[in-house]
Ligand binder design. Structure first.
Ligand code: ZN
Ligand code: ZN
Length: 310
């Protein structure tokens, strides 16, 4: 990992004590009871009854530990606050305690390497994988919380996986961390430029080969300056939020919103990319998904321009 954390930007004592506050079962039960209550609010007596705590001193002690940040006292009783909601959201995502899997099943999309049908699967490592069972091509892999798998049929799972992955990628490319809202640093990087050399941060990454798009000649490296999030995104993802491109594709019969990421050639196909320059970076992307091929050029700063023809 290129990301070196100094002592100064590690979580502060305040953040660590916030976790300590949540370390008691009764405190989590209090948050859960408020979450389930109308208006996220209960009186002292209702709340104590909801968590079934007979010892009022003990109940009072633990409620006091949550107060002012996770829970506030109001005229009517106690009300769940935004930080309390976020604690419950993290638990409900299932990443801390659920081990869900989805066995491989066929998708309505073909492998761009060999033409066989792609499959989706989901493992206990919380990664969704769209791959080709015949040639082993990894079309797309990305973390997905167990909450995305629960209460959905297979079609619903892949639709949610596509939507959420898009949202996270777009947010990160816009320099906002999708997990902590912190600042994202982004830059082009490349493994296989015309000169056959590595350019940018990937030179120092020994785990880079594990990344599903490591065969792309250029990628956008995104790195949160605040939390642990960092990744490498296919350059073609930039085009999904450029109306000049999506409008052109719409007119030629490509529904960019309805087509899943793994079925958009300009996003997942390494061969669609041509690195014209690395200093500064200039990447041409052949967009051949519609009837009328076009070339989109992405430059440093992620400015996009269109050229006629593919
Ligand atoms: Zn294949
Ligand atoms: Zn972050």
């Amino acid at each position: 990992m290129s990301h070196e954390r100094g002592e100064t930007d590690r979580p502060t004592a305040a953040a660590e004590s916030a976790f300590t506050v949540l370390s008691h079962e009764l405190r989590l039960e209090i948050l859960l009871a408020l979450w389930e209550a109308p208006g996220f609010s209960l009186s002292f007596a209702e709340l104590r009854k909801a968590v079934d705590e007979r010892d009022s001193g003990r109940f009072n002690y633990h409620l006091g530990k949550l107060q002012d940040h996770f829970v506030v006292a109001t005229d009517e009783g106690y009300e769940l606050q935004y930080p309390g909601h976020r604690v419950l959201d993290a638990i409900q995502s299932g990443v801390f305690h659920e081990e869900t899997t989805v066995e491989p099943f066929g998708l309505a999309a073909d492998c761009r390497a060999c033409g066989s049908g792609l499959t989706f699967e989901y493992g206990t490592d919380c990664i969704g994988r769209v791959r080709c069972p015949d040639c082993g091509n990894r079309a797309l892999e990305w973390p997905f919380d167990p909450g995305g798998v629960a209460d959905r049929d297979p079609e619903g799972v892949v639709a949610a996986f596509d939507r959420r992955t898009r949202l996270i990628w777009s947010c990160a490319l816009d320099e906002v961390c999708p997990f902590c809202a912190g600042r994202i640093a982004r830059e082009f990087t490349g493994a296989a430029t015309e000169e056959g050399t590595c350019v940018g941060v990937i030179e120092g990454l020994d785990r880079y080969e594990e990344y599903f798009a490591s065969d792309h000649p250029a990628l956008v490296y995104v790195d949160c300056e605040r939390c642990s999030f960092y990744s490498f995104l296919p350059v073609g993802v930039v085009l999904l939020t450029r109306p000049a491109v999506t409008g052109r594709l719409h007119r030629t019969g490509v529904a960019v919103r309805e087509t899943p990421l793994w079925d958009l050639g300009f996003v997942v196909d390494a061969d669609a990319l041509d690195v014209r320059s690395t200093a500064p970076f200039e990447v041409a992307i052949a967009v051949e998904d519609g009837d009328e091929p076009l070339t989109a050029v992405v430059e440093d700063g992620l400015a996009v321009s269109l050229e006629a023809g593919g």
